[in-house]
Every structure is written in structure tokens, then in C-alpha cells.
Design a protein around this ligand. Structure first.
Ligand code: ADP
Length: 482
């Protein structure tokens, strides 16, 4: 059942069906029409021929006065000859509806007042073709010699067996032609269908090969049709994307293991050196334990950041969108970070141009803004400033985080949103960076269909600008960089 269904739904079957419909159906219709018309046409020809003959004979009957004396041997011979030629029967009826002559000789003297005969007495000859009983019947008026009025009727019935025989012969020939056409069309349909779908089979085999791994070319080039070329191009693009995703995943995994191993290695070194020494002074223990605690703290931070990142990687379905007062949200973040800024004598200023309410996920947006402001504090100079400003138009709100810090070199600016990327590894590590903060920020912004961009000059400072729609767009493109 399934296999049959599969075949019925296949392109091959559709092609066969179309070719069969286009090739065979007209042939069958043509045959039926020709045969049907042949029979009618042949009957019409026969009728008109007989009518002519009847008119001639009737004229002869009139001129010889046959109705008053039906014994004329010449005329009777002619009538017999006529019936022999056409394989038929002639009845002559006089004005009292009496049969005065029957070439079969059986009904002579009987009365015949059929519809056709009566009509013929009114002046017009009749004819009809009885398809079922296979005969043609023609009546023709016989006029009287003097008054030229209808005084008798000649009724001729002719068997149409010859027409039927001819039609049968024609049908037989037509059947042979039709059968040949059907065989040729079927053969052509099956081979054309097999030929036309072949490129699709090649595509399937190639994709299977690539999927199973035994085709190492990793590219599809099926250019038989425009459509297969388009499929190939789309497939190659998708494959390229998958390969890129795969290699970035591998890179991510190796980065993660490396980052997670670094604090562990430090801890092991510290613990080993303590174990290797005897009579270690308590101060050294304390110092090393402090270092180990720091490394644990760092490991914890990396894991927390990774978890945030993984959460961000999920689809937008994980967002908890609600209308939020953005001014208050920023104020809350700055309040929390102010003590950290104060430690480095950094001035933290918030400038709001207007009250802003937007549909956002509070937790994720807070994470993004916190990371930007934390970075602005971390990579700042003593006595520097961090300037946060909030503005909006009818569509978006804009949040700027500007600092007077160390800045980011031009060539590094393209990479700072990548996972684990740090301009200065050791410096970032010293101040507790994981290289994940900006990736988290960017992902959170992108989830809100927003955009983030950076402006920075080394030694002078950095400004991050975030643009987020006031109304959450359910369907839309993923965030672009401003
Ligand atoms: P990290 O945890 O190292 O801070 P991020 O992803 O937050 O990681 O930042 C990536 C890198 O970008 C940082 O290591 C730092 O070198 C640079 N960076 C980020 N923000 C700033 C800033 N405001 N000023 C200067 N450099 C910055």
C-alpha cells in the first residue's frame, strides 16, 4: 500500500500520466469520432444514391403508366436488377395503399399504410436509417401520367450490411493503429519519465553520500536543469553554513575546556607546591589558600558566564517580554555598580533624555547593560568617567555607554564580540575577565531584534551604542550590527 502510494506521488508517475493523457486520449477520441462519422456519412451517401435511382425509376414508372398496368416485363426486370445491385427490396403501393409489386413476391396484394407511405402520398419522399436493424428505407412518390399528382409510392429498403462491414474493417485497422500508438506512447512515457527524473536520483544519491561521509567532495553540482542547479546551490550554501557552525562549535568546545582548565592548573600548582614542602609556615598556607579561593571564584565566574551564554543561545521562545521602564532599569544597574566604580575613583553618570518604556526581557537586558558598564569600569583609568545615556525616537531606544578608558585597538574591534576573545589576555585575566561578557551582551541585544556597535580610540576611550525596538518584534530578521 505504501509503495503504491509512493509511486502515485512520484514525479515519474506524474510525467507518465501527462504523456499518456496527451498521447493516448486524443487518439482514442479521434478513433471513436472517425468511426462514428464514417457510418453516418456512408449511410447518407447511400441514401442520396438510392434516392436518385428511385427518382429515375419513378419517372420511368410514371411514363410507362406502370401503376395501371404493373405487368411491364422491362420495368419489372429493371426493378429486379435494382434490388440485386443494392441487395434490397422494392414495394410499389398504389393510391389505395395496396402493394401492387413486391420484388420479394411475398406481400403483393396486401395493404401498406405506414407513416412514411402516407407522408410520401402528400408529395415529399422520405428516408431513414435504422441503425439497430441495419437498413435504409426510402420512399419516393410516383406521379400519375396526366394530372401529375401522387398516385403511387415506391418504397425501397436496403440492407446496410456493407456499411457495417466496412466500418468493422475500418475499426479493426483503427484498433491496430491505436494499439501501436498506445504501446509507443507508453514506451516513450516510461523512458522519458525515467530520463527526466534521473538528475533527481543523482541528487539524492549524492546527498546520501555526503551525509554518510563516503563522498568527500562535499559539494553538489547537478546542472541538468535550472531547478536542479538551484537545489545544488541552496544545498551547497546550507552545507557551508553547517560546516561553519560545526567548526565554530568545535572551536567553542576547545576554548571552553581550555578556559576551564586554566584555573584548575593554577590550583593544582598551588596545592602541589604546598604538599611538596615540609613544615610550611601558616602564612604561606594562608596566602596559597587565598590564591586557590581566587581561582575557584574565577572558575565559578566562567561557568556562570557560560550558562548565561547557553541560555542566550536558545530561541526567542525563552524570552520573557514585558513592558519595562528602561530609565529605572538602568538606574538599578548603576546603583549596584557605583561602589565598584568608586573603588577606582571612577565617576559614573547617567543622563536620560526622556522617560522610556519598552517591551524587553528584564533579566537578559540587565545582563547586557551590566556587562557593558562593568567593562567600561574595568578597562578604565584611575579617576576616569563612565557616561551612560538613554534616548529614544518613535521606534527605538538608544543606550550609550561611553568611557574614558584604555580603548580598543582598531583591528581588535571586529573580534571583541567573539566568545573568549580578549584584547590583552593577561590584563583581562588580572581584572577577572572571561572574554564572554560582550558575547552575552550582543546575544541579548540580538534576541530583542536590536543592534550593538562600538566606537573606540586606543588610549582615549570607548563608546558602545545599543539600539533596541520599543515594541518587541515577534517575526523579523535577526539583529544586525548598527
Ligand atoms: P572580558 O570578560 O575579558 O571583559 P568581554 O567579552 O566583556 O570579555 O570583552 C572582550 C574584550 O574586549 C575584553 O577582554 C577587552 O579587551 C575588550 N573591551 C571590552 N570592553 C572594553 C572597554 N570598555 N574598553 C576597553 N576594552 C574593552
Amino acid at each position: 500500500m505504501k509503495i503504491r502510494n509512493k509511486f502515485l506521488r512520484s514525479l515519474r508517475f506524474r510525467i507518465i500520466l501527462i504523456l499518456v493523457i496527451v498521447g493516448i486520449v486524443p487518439c482514442v477520441i479521434l478513433k471513436a469520432t472517425i468511426l462514428n462519422n464514417y457510418e453516418k456519412r456512408a449511410a447518407a451517401v447511400k441514401i442520396s444514391e438510392i434516392q436518385n435511382q428511385c427518382t429515375i425509376l419513378c419517372n420511368q414508372l410514371t411514363s410507362t403508366g406502370y401503376l395501371s398496368d404493373p405487368s411491364s416485363a422491362v420495368i419489372n426486370a429493371e426493378l429486379t436488377q435494382f434490388t440485386n445491385i443494392y441487395n434490397g427490396r422494392i414495394l410499389i403501393v398504389d393510391d389505395r395503399f395496396q402493394i401492387i409489386q413486391d420484388t420479394y413476391g411475398v406481400d403483393k396484394g396486401k395493404t401498406l399504410a405506414s407513416e412514411d407511405v402516407i407522408r410520401c402520398f402528400r408529395g415529399s419522399g422520405t428516408n431513414h436509417y435504422d441503425i439497430e436493424n441495419r437498413y435504409i428505407e426510402v420512399t419516393s412518390p410516383i406521379l400519375s401520367q396526366k394530372e401529375k399528382k401522387v398516385s403511387g409510392v415506391m418504397l425501397v429498403s436496403i440492407a446496410t450490411d456493407s456499411i457495417i462491414d466496412n466500418a468493422r474493417i475500418l475499426e479493426e485497422k483503427a484498433n491496430i493503429v491505436q494499439a501501436t500508438v498506445i504501446i509507443v506512447v507508453l514506451l516513450a512515457a516510461f523512458s522519458a519519465a525515467a530520463l527526466l527524473v534521473r538528475p533527481f536520483g543523482r541528487i539524492t544519491r549524492k546527498i546520501e553520500g555526503i551525509t554518510e561521509g563516503y563522498d568527500v567532495t562535499q559539494e553538489l553540482h547537478e546542472n541538468a536543469y535550472t531547478e536542479t542547479r538551484q537545489i545544488s546551490e541552496a544545498f551547497n550554501q546550507m552545507l557551508g553554513r553547517l560546516t561553519a557552525v560545526d567548526s565554530s562549535r568545535q572551536e567553542f568546545v576547545s576554548n571552553v575546556s581550555h578556559e576551564l582548565k586554566t584555573p584548575l592548573t593554577s590550583m593544582k600548582v598551588l596545592a602541589d607546591s604546598l604538599l611538596a614542602q615540609e613544615d610550611v609556615p601558616a602564612e604561606l598556607y594562608k596566602e596559597f589558600m587565598g590564591d586557590i579561593a581566587e581561582e575557584i571564584e574565577r572558575e565559578n565566574k566562567i561557568i556562570n558566564d557560560l550558562l548565561s551564554l547557553v541560555k542566550m543561545d536558545k530561541t526567542a521562545a525563552g524570552l520573557n517580554i514585558k513592558p519595562e521602564n528602561i530609565n529605572e532599569l538602568v538606574e538599578r544597574i548603576l546603583k549596584r555598580l557605583r561602589p565598584i566604580a568608586a573603588k577606582q575613583n571612577i565617576e559614573l553618570v547617567f543622563e536620560s533624555f526622556r522617560p522610556v518604556t519598552a517591551e524587553v526581557d528584564e533579566v537578559k537586558l540587565t545582563l547586557a547593560i551590566s556587562n557593558l558598564v562593568e567593562n567600561a569600569i574595568k578597562y578604565n583609568k584611575e579617576e576616569g568617567y563612565v557616561h551612560v545615556s538613554l534616548n529614544a525616537d518613535h521606534k527605538y531606544f538608544y543606550l550609550k555607554v561611553a568611557d574614558s578608558g584604555i580603548g580598543i585597538p582598531e583591528e581588535a574591534q571586529r573580534h571583541i564580540f567573539e566568545r573568549f576573545y580578549r584584547v590583552d589576555k593577561s590584563h583581562s585575566r588580572e581584572i577577572g575577565g572571561t572574554g564572554l561578557g560582550l558575547s552575552i551582551a550582543r546575544n541579548a541585544v540580538v534576541m530583542h531584534r536590536g543592534a550593538i556597535k562600538v566606537h573606540s580610540k586606543e588610549g582615549e576611550g570607548t563608546t558602545f551604542t545599543v539600539r533596541i525596538p520599543l515594541t518587541y518584534i515577534i517575526q523579523g530578521k535577526k539583529g544586525e550590527t548598527l
